[in-house]
Structures are given as C-alpha cells and as structure tokens.
Design a protein around this ligand. Sequence first.
Ligand code: C5P
Length: 236
Amino acid sequence: MQQHDVIIACDFKSAEDTFRFLDLFEEEARKPFLKIGMELYYAEGPAIVREIKRRGHRIFLDLKLHDIPNTVRKAMAVLSRFDVDMCNVHAAGTIEMMRAAREGLTRPDGTRPLLIAVTQLTSTSEERMRRELLIDASIGETIVQYARNTREAGLDGVVCSPLEAGMVHEACGREFLTVTPGVRFADGDVADQVRVTTPARAREIGSDFIVVGRPITAAADPVAAYRRCVREFLGE
Ligand code: C5P
C-alpha cells in the first residue's frame, strides 16, 4: 500500500450524509482514503464499512481500542474480517495490550491492516496530565515514550500532531509511520484545532499520512479542496 497519503476524516452522523459527500467524488479517478470514526461507526455499524469498501475506498477505522489485552485481541480479530486498511488502539493500554491487538488483527494467512497507536490526545494538556493522571513528564516526553512502546509492540506507527512527526521519526526511525490530524490550508479557518500546520509543511516535517476533516468536508467545493490537499502534500 502507498505509505503517504491524504486521509479524509468522514465525521458525519449518518450513512445518508456520508454518501451524499462521497457521491461528489464519483467521477474522481483517485478514490480518497477515508477515516471512519466512532460517531459514524456506532450509528451505522459494520454495514457502513462494507459499503464504503465496496465503492473502492481505502479505510482507516478509527475506533481507538483500549481495554484488557484479551478483550482487545478478540475485538481486533472481529475487525480483521472487515478488510479495512488501518486500525488503531491507545498506546496507554500498554505494550502487552498493543501486542495482543496485533495478534488479534493478524489474519490466518499472516496479513493484517496497518495498526497504529494514539499517543497523547491533543486535547490532553500537561496540566491535566499532572493533576488528574499524576504523570509528571512533559507532553513531548510521553509522546516519544509511547511511540517507543508502540514500536516495541510491533505496531506500524502512531497518531500524533504533525509538529511532533519529526521527533517521533528521530526516536523510532523513518519507517515508523506518523499519521497526523491538525492540518489546515495556509489561508483557511483553524476552527478548534490548536497546533496546526499546512499539508506542505506536514510533509516537510515528516508526516506519512495527514488526516483532514473540515478543510475538505466543510469546503464550498470539497473535491477541489481534496485535490489541493493532495497537490500540496504529495506534490502531485
Ligand atoms: O476537521 P478536522 O480536520 O479538525 O478533523 C481532524 C480529525 O482528526 C477528526 O476526526 C478528529 O477527531 C481527529 N483527531 C484530531 N486530533 C487527535 C486525534 C484525532 O483532530 N489528536
């Protein structure tokens, strides 16, 4: 699979809204890679995954599993049958849980989707980590440590801010994937994202996949916005 791409975050509440959006891309030669998150998956279930797959899109199923290793292994075994291209867990679930996730996700023929881990959510501040979670390290230190744990568990990469992609590659190697939300066009609206960068800059810093939601889904012309994103990120 291509290891650099733009992933559109399909943060829609229903199948109807999702397909209205995807119909815009019907004539597009390059089928966008899509992210399906909890809201859409919990609303529509596995059927939405099958239908989007049937339309020829690659899928990142963003369900962020975090439970005891045995439960995660079994849940991942179920997801392995969906034929998605990327799944994820929380690195906070420990190396043992991440190993269990990888085992569960691996199909009988030895193949599996890419498996990545969420490091620290961008909504978690250092102050909250210290006061509520009793974690005394800086955000940067936890991200690098969680990324190292993720690599040790045999996963393929992490979700992080594009601004952190460089230090993750430095700690874990160039082949270790960074999947980064928080991307905005230079002339675009930042909305509620705090630490943002442009598609071109994300690529320079070392992002392998950028996850882009509203700059494409809320654009007046989503297809043009997607093409611009691909052009700026991949230089195509
Ligand atoms: O609309 P926007 O481009 O901000 O969407 C970014 C997507 O990436 C959303 O689906 C959001 O939930 C997800 N995400 C994020 N920050 C994280 C992890 C995931 O924005 N740290």
